[in-house]
Write a protein that binds this ligand. Structure first.
Ligand code: AMP
Ligand code: ZN
Length: 114
């Protein structure tokens, strides 16, 4: 989608540090890491957020979750554990309106809301 930052990363208009890519999803390092490992996993298809996932996206989103394990393993955080975060909409603190899951790891994440 035009003017979407992460669509521009998908099509290579904006450079990123890619850690995993296939025909359906992309994973790249967050530009402002909040932990030693901070990776964003996105569908290549533009979906604005968790509030915009349609029934037709079920396979894609399920597929993305199977790759979160692989991406965490490759980043070396699978054994010790990691956190996956999705911020959605205004109150959720979402700043980029292209669905993305943060993988955070490499340290003990102490701050817990839930
Ligand atoms: P959120 O606040 O959940 O929407 O997350 C957006 C994330 O995108 C933030 O953690 C930003 O640091 C990250 N980000 C913004 N621009 C870029 C970029 N060009 N490359 C990689 N990550 C980015
Ligand atoms: Zn997009």
């Amino acid at each position: 989608m035009e003017n979407c930052l992460f669509c521009k990363i998908v099509n290579g208009e904006i450079p990123s540090q890619i850690v995993y890519e296939d025909d359906k999803i992309l994973a790249f390092k967050d530009i402002q890491p909040a932990a030693p490992v901070h990776i964003l996993v996105i569908p290549k298809k533009h979906i604005a957020g968790a509030d915009a996932i349609e029934a037709d996206d079920a396979e894609l989103i399920g597929y993305l979750w199977t790759k979160i394990r692989k991406i965490a393993e490759d980043a070396g955080v699978c054994q010790d554990g990691f956190r996956v975060i999705n911020n959605c909409g205004e109150n959720g603190g979402q700043t980029v309106r292209h669905l993305h899951f943060h993988i955070l790891g490499g340290l003990k994440l102490d701050e817990k809301l839930i």
